[in-house]
Design a protein around this ligand. Structure first.
Ligand code: FES
Length: 183
């Protein structure tokens, strides 16, 4: 191998000794994204709700320097997640629905439940486990201080889809929590 070849291999970006540079921030909104507000306003408010693309009510959250977006109404019975607290369970940040206290992870929209390993053991030992993805999560992108939401249009049905109809939209601030058994 010539010294020129050696030198070009050493400086190759795929060399294990030189980590790849961090990705550049986007300079234009991604395709099919929708403007939802200025980042500074959402940071100040902590959260906002927006009807995106005329068809989907989305909650945008700013928490611990991260932005998240998800369907506004809870998958369980349509509760207003914009009024939920954010808490950590097993290291997973969740929004806690104000109606029946279901926990939904900010990162993936998973519902959490408390599992018991051995129901005969005293004291009982419980663990937070996932029920799977229940709340539709959307993508937030910042471009020059503007925030855009790209709707998650996966064709796979997600339980929170049920609460995206016009009737639920109109009743968003009027409805009271309905008794419903846990799932
Ligand atoms: S509506 Fe959210 S926990 Fe029941």
């Amino acid at each position: 191998m010539s010294s020129e070849e050696e030198s070009s291999q050493t400086s190759s970006p795929s060399s294990p000794s030189s980590p790849p540079p961090p990705p550049l921030p986007p300079c234009s909104p991604p395709p099919a994204s929708h403007f939802v507000g200025r980042k500074e306003d959402i940071v100040k408010a902590g959260r906002l709700t927006k009807l995106v693309n005329g068809c989907r009510d989305v909650l945008v959250l700013h928490h611990q320097g991260q932005l998240h977006a998800m369907d506004t109404r809870c998958y369980h019975s349509g509760g207003p997640l914009q009024s939920g607290d954010i808490e950590e369970f097993n290291g997973m940040l969740c929004i806690v629905c104000p109606w029946h206290k279901y926990k939904i992870t900010l990162a993936g929209g998973e519902g959490l439940y408390q599992a018991v390993d051995d129901p005969t053991a005293r004291p009982l030992r419980t663990h937070w486990r996932s029920k799977g993805v229940k709340q539709r999560i959307h993508k937030v992108t910042e471009v020059n201080g503007d925030l855009y939401v790209t709707l998650n249009e996966s064709s796979e049905a997600i339980e929170s889809d049920v609460y995206q109809t016009e009737s639920y939209r109109i009743g968003l601030f009027k409805t009271k929590p309905q008794p419903r058994s846990k799932t």
